[in-house]
Design a protein around this ligand. Structure first.
Ligand code: GDG
Length: 473
């Protein structure tokens, strides 16, 4: 019987070293871990990835490996240098800015590229140690673009899927990368390549055509002797979990205590990881302009802004953090009163039940990325609005905008439009809120993360069938 192997940079369990030098194993609550849970936990299947820990010695490595194996996970251990060059370097300082249309932030370090190749090779060896000739391997995301081709070279008959969670940009950005051909060729080792949106897929096919000369017809890319299927699979969330969390006793209690502290004000909510791709500063400027142009909202509306610390070792992230601190300080200083604070800003992460109560509390969800593969926060907000009240303001450049067309869709660069959308959301009649919210909820419910996983796996099984018929011809 063939097995299925999931591969991603991070494992769905994070291993942490506690203050008293013990190891603690923390299962991720993330969407991907939930969606793929039913697959990797099945008998014989496994998830390969970095456990997030630098091991002290071989004994500790053995211990971690042993523990993770009980839960169908296989760790790939990385050194501090590898994390610095492959992860922070090539993945997050070259690919991330380029793929999110911030080429001015990209660095092009041959040493980072060399580490990226070496770590992809390390992942390849870890997978090969587990994979039989006919197994199914599903590789995830931009940290592992070279892995499909490396695996293909060693396992010509394996069924390999690849999914990109971030945007695939226009060829005009890809061509700037000195390693563009290698990266695209790396992806083509897969039998099936998936994207969140049609636009990302189209950009990918254009890069393949320019860089390698291969053409696609009807989702079939003729890549030399092999056929690669390309398709869109917009990722969903665990809808029921968010819908239930929103009405849980814990969420109600938190909401009541927040309400008491905030008083009778309307809440606009924004939640992101600290990132220049998220449009956080533009969002603040729009909120400031709302207070300036619509003085009637002063004392009536507050923005609750959660920014989860991230990559703050990288210079652009530290600069962005400063810009946000300054903007929040300026706006609050200009408008606050003894009884009202315009912006409640949190630079930390919240436990899931508190997050659920924030989604409950907020009347307006403000999601304004400059570029985003999908944006799950938009879908979580919608899933949490069980009473169908609330308005989502969503950037046209988030993958989620392709599906959530009943949101107020805005161009995040257009601060005037964003300001107008905030005002519109706050005055929108309840009946219109309900109509829009109902349509979005039904979509998020139907195409949840389990449906996403099934669709991808079905398509991968189809790819395998096609291969088999090719081998027997
Ligand atoms: C990649 C792509 C694509 C946020 N703050 C807290 C918290 N969160 C959770 C949210 C949400 C997740 O983090 C962020 O959602 P993203 O959609 O940005 O997901 P990422 O994995 O970061 O990003 C993105 C995604 O992959 C899936 O393909 O949508 O475009 O960049 O789930 O709820 N969770 C908790 N506390 C917080 O303070 N517990």
């Amino acid at each position: 019987m063939s097995r299925t192997i999931i591969v991603s940079n991070r494992l769905p369990t994070k291993v942490l070293r506690t203050a008293d030098d013990e190891l603690s194993f923390q299962a991720s609550e993330g969407g991907l871990a939930t969606g793929l849970g039913s697959i990797y936990r099945q008998e014989g299947n496994v998830w390969v990835g970095w456990p997030g820990l630098f091991v002290a010695d071989a004994a500790e490595e053995d211990y971690v490996r042993e523990q993770l194996r009980h839960d169908s996970m296989e760790p790939v251990f990385l050194t501090e240098d590898e994390i610095s060059d492959y992860y922070e370097g090539f993945s997050n300082s070259t690919l991330w800015p380029t793929f999110h249309y911030f080429p001015q932030y990209a660095t092009y370090e041959p040493a980072h590229w060399a580490a990226y190749v070496a770590v992809n090779e390390k992942f390849c060896q870890a997978v090969l140690a587990l994979a039989g000739p006919d197994d199914t391997i599903w590789v995830h995301d931009y940290q592992l673009l070279l892995l499909p081709a490396m695996l293909r070279a060693a396992r010509p008959r394996a069924t390999i899927g690849f999914f990109l969670h971030i945007p695939f940009p226009s060829y005009e950005l890809v061509r700037v990368l000195p390693w563009a051909r290698e990266l695209v060729a790396g992806m083509l080792g897969a039998d099936l390549i998936g994207f969140h949106t049609f636009g990302f897929m189209r950009h990918f096919l254009s890069s393949v055509s320019h860089l390698l000369g291969f053409a696609a017809h009807n989702g079939r890319l003729e890549a030399g002797p092999r056929t690669v299927l390309v398709d869109t699979f917009p990722m969903g969330i665990d809808y029921e979990r968010y819908a239930q969390a929103a009405v849980s006793e814990a969420a109600r209690q938190h909401e009541a205590s927040y309400r008491q502290a905030l008083g009778d004000i309307r809440v606009v909510l924004s939640i992101d990881r600290l990132d220049y791709s998220k449009g956080i500063a533009e969002r603040l400027r729009a909120f400031e302009q709302l207070l300036l142009r619509h003085p009637e909202w002063r004392g009536q509306v507050s923005l609750i802004m959660v920014v989860v610390p991230s990559r703050d070792q990288v210079a652009q992230y530290a600069a962005l953090k400063e810009e946000i601190d300054e903007l929040v300080g300026r706006i609050n200083a200009a408008y606050r009163t003894m009884s009202w604070t315009p912006i409640h800003y949190f630079y930390r992460s919240f436990p899931p039940d508190e997050l659920a109560s924030l989604y409950r509390l907020a009347e307006v969800g403000l999601v304004t990325p400059m570029r985003d593969g999908m944006n799950l926060v938009a879908k979580e907000f919608v899933a949490s609005k069980t009473d169908e009240n609330g308005v989502l303001i969503l950037s046209e450049r988030a993958g989620a905008a392709r599906e959530l067309s009943d949101a107020l869709i805005i161009n995040p660069t257009d601060i005037d439009q964003l300001t107008a959308a905030l005002h519109e959301a706050l005055v929108m009649p309840q009946a219109e809120q309900a109509r829009r919210m109902r349509a979005m909820r039904s979509l998020v419910q139907q195409y949840d993360v389990f449906a996403w996983t099934d669709l991808f796996m079905d398509r991968l099984a189809f790819a395998k069938q096609q291969q088999l018929s090719l081998h027997t011809d």
